[in-house]
Ligand binder design. Structure first.
Ligand code: PLP
Length: 375
């Protein structure tokens, strides 16, 4: 038979699937359980009322039908109201569209913006889907470095060196995966100004907006004046409400991009299951701050417990202010993060993710997820 698409062949197997196989091998051989700090899969039970709400809606006879291609009017309005409450700005409902988890929006946003050969600036280390999917559609991912010396934040003068006639967009992700860094308002203002001057779209990924441990809440790009002209932003129910398996997210921002996304999605899928959309309205209107505060307290406890474990395996790190991860430096004697990960898996039965999975500038680091109760 003929080959599968060349573009897909260029992309490596997703590192988490490779590591899952290795964990199984070690567990079978040693007959003992590995402490898995690999994936950032939320491990805090979602609110009981949400599960009950969804199961009642599933039993509603009229909910079995196709849900319509875009979000219901109620859901779009609930998203707009949520942004007003959480961030203080009000965007019209034509600037909102839903996604089957924000990863669905990550890939489809690149599809609506990029042609083969176009360039897109991507944080390195950064979320692997940016790089992988850009390649699948024949675009060119161009890495911008997030270095520890600069608190894992972009530098405008470095972006300026990387930009070309072909650059169409930049991914900006704060709170950041894998580093846990947060961005400040003056820097985000500078990035917006720069992107507007350059005519480049900003794809702002705010999937971890509700996972923060300091006093300051993560900001939204639309708190910056004029950002609507050049940006869209992603949000997710996966982390902040612990509903990762339900696959609910949304994109908000420039209506040219939002319209294009809705056009593409009408060809790709047939909308989001109505009970999930109704649940999303319920969650956004509920605004249960106490539940979220409790979730953050539990994650903070896990973060501290896991930090102790990481010290035992010779990792060096600062605790991040946000996200579900600790980004830690490996000892100098190891050639690569993968070598370190394999050694710790074999000898200590602990799995962390090699930093190289997030780009070559991550190779002196590993990422440990705090979505695990180890004590
Ligand atoms: C930076 C970032 N963006 C987006 C996503 C996608 O999340 P979801 O599709 O569950 O909303 C993830 C998942 O881990 C992520 O780390």
């Amino acid at each position: 038979m003929k080959n599968i698409a060349t573009q897909l062949q260029q992309v490596d197997e997703y590192v988490f699937s490779y590591l899952a196989k290795k964990v199984k091998e070690v567990e079978a051989r040693t007959n003992s359980k590995v402490i898995n700090l690999g994936m950032g899969s939320p491990n805090i039970e979602p609110k009981e009322e949400y599960k009950k709400f969804l199961s009642d809606e599933i039993l509603e006879p009229k909910n079995f039908v196709y849900p319509g291609y875009t979000a219901t009017t109620e859901l779009k309005q609930a998203i707009v109201n949520f942004h007003k409450w959480r961030y203080g700005y009000e965007l019209e409902t034509n600037k909102v569209t839903i996604a089957n988890g924000s990863k669905d929006a990550v890939v489809h946003l690149m599809q609506v913006i990029l042609d083969p050969g176009d360039e897109i600036l991507i944080p390195n280390p950064g979320y692997p889907a940016y790089h992988g999917y850009a390649k699948i559609i024949g675009a060119i991912p161009v890495s911008y470095r997030l270095s520890e010396e600069n608190n894992f934040l972009p530098k405008i003068d470095e972006l300026e060196k990387l930009v070309s006639e072909k650059t169409k967009a930049i991914w900006v992700n704060y709170p950041g995966n894998p580093t846990g860094a947060v961005i400040n308002r003056p820097l985000l203002e500078e990035i917006v100004k720069w992107a507007k001057e350059r005519g480049i779209w900003i794809l702002y990924d705010n999937a971890y907006s509700e996972i923060y441990f300091g006093e300051e809440k993560p900001i939204s790009i639309f708190e910056i004046e004029g950002a609507i002209e050049c940006a869209v932003e992603l949000f997710s129910f996966s982390k902040g409400y612990s509903l990762a398996g339900y696959r609910i997210g949304w994109t908000i921002g420039n209506s040219k991009i939002v319209d294009a996304l809705e056009k593409l999605k009408s060809l790709v899928d047939s909308g989001m299951f109505l009970p999930l959309q109704k649940l999303a309205v319920e969650v956004l209107n509920d605004r249960d701050l106490a539940w979220q505060e409790n979730m953050r307290t539990e994650y903070k406890q896990s973060q501290l417990a896991i930090a102790e474990l990481l010290k035992e395996i010779d990792l060096r790190f600062e605790l991040p202010e946000a996200s579900l991860y600790i980004w830690a430096k490996i000892p100098d004697e190891f050639e690569s993060s993968m070598e370190y990960v394999m050694q710790v898996l074999e000898n200590k039965h602990i799995l962390v993710t090699p930093g190289s999975a997030f780009g070559e500038y991550g190779d002196r680091y590993v990422r440990a997820s705090i979505c695990s109760k180890i004590k």
